[in-house]
Design a protein around this ligand. Structure first.
Ligand SMILES: [Zn+2]
Length: 320
């Protein structure tokens, strides 16, 4: 639109139209009503309704063909009637008085769909940025299934597991906040994810590797010069932990004891590991060196004996 030499246009630039388009196209262009407000000519990106260019939009265009070949509901033994999905989206619930607040309750600025709630919310940016793996490709997508469809096969098994556990933890945090108004705390999320994955690796390695359970479960004196440390841990529903332990010598005499609370870790294995660590500190401060540690969590025992360096001291931890 516009005429050369003029700031604002008041009609189609006939010269340019005829130069650029065939006569038929020109007549169609002339049928497009012009805006009443005088504006500058501007470039518009034709693939977005608002005309704004974005890398996301570009990516969507580039992968459109690929997506058209993907069956979103495979193994379906019937054909979905046309308009099926649309009819669900257009259920007249709002008109029946069901006012649904669709805004995200965390950031309050965007509609809360699955992708937003688990990935795209501005409150989660830091969480995803801090992941051990690079999840930056999320910026190019607008749905979870689309992101996974495009990236999943490129990810290692460990990355996929981290991803899935993180989604679960994020969902859990959000729900907790929504239901109980608890402040959602995404701090340390990846620590939890990595711990969960580590536990899983250990637990998988142990499948079929049964421990010998003693026929009589009772406390036995350690042999001289060992001190036996028995520890236990407990966790409240809200994630607060408590630990305690007793040190006894070869005669069965108590040489030390402790109780303590732990920070809110929301992680029972970690609380168990802290019990062992605290017990070792108490023993070391009292000058005891030869320690046998007993606790009742197989995961704690296996993780401490494996490559996980929770403890400052090299010790052998045993099941109760
Ligand atoms: Zn949000």
């Amino acid at each position: 639109m516009g005429r050369p030499g003029k700031t604002y246009g008041t009609g189609w630039n006939e010269e340019r139209l005829e130069l650029l388009f065939y006569a038929e196209t020109c007549s169609r262009i002339r049928c497009i009503p012009l805006t009443r407000t005088r504006t500058h000519d501007a470039w518009a990106w034709k693939d977005e309704a608002n005309g704004t260019f974005s890398v996301k939009s570009c990516y969507k265009m580039a992968t459109k063909e690929l997506w058209e070949g993907v069956d979103m509901v495979p193994n379906l033994f019937c054909v979905l009637p046309s308009g099926f999905w649309k009819s669900i989206w257009h259920l007249p619930l709002l008109s029946r008085g069901l006012e649904i607040d669709e805004n995200c309750f965390l950031c309050g600025s965007e509609e809360e769909d699955v992708y937003h709630a688990l990935v795209d919310c501005s409150r989660l940016k830091q969480v995803w940025d801090e992941a051990r793996y690079n999840f930056a490709s999320r910026f190019y997508h607008s749905s979870l299934i689309e992101w996974m469809g495009m990236e999943w096969l490129k990810w290692s098994e460990e990355q996929r597991c981290h991803f899935v556990i993180a989604l679960y933890r994020i969902g859990e945090c959000r729900n907790r906040r929504k239901v109980s108004q608890e402040a959602s705390n995404f701090n340390g999320l990846w620590n939890c994810v990595e711990r969960c994955w580590d536990e899983n690796v250990i637990a998988r390695a142990l499948v079929g590797n049964d421990l010998k359970v003693p026929s009589i479960l009772r406390w036995e004196k350690p042999k001289f010069p060992y001190i036996k440390l028995n520890v236990d841990a407990a966790m409240k529903e809200n994630g607060d932990g408590a630990i305690g332990g007793v040190l006894r010598d070869w005669d069965g005499l108590v040489t030390g004891a402790f109780i303590s609370s732990t920070p809110n870790l929301d992680d029972v294995v970690m609380v168990g590991a802290l019990a062992v660590e605290k017990g070792m500190k108490v023993a070391r401060e009292a000058g005891m060196k030869d320690i046998i540690v007993k606790c009742d969590s197989r995961l704690v025992v296996d993780m401490l004996n494996a490559r996980y360096g929770f403890l400052e001291c090299a010790i052998r931890v045993q099941m109760l």
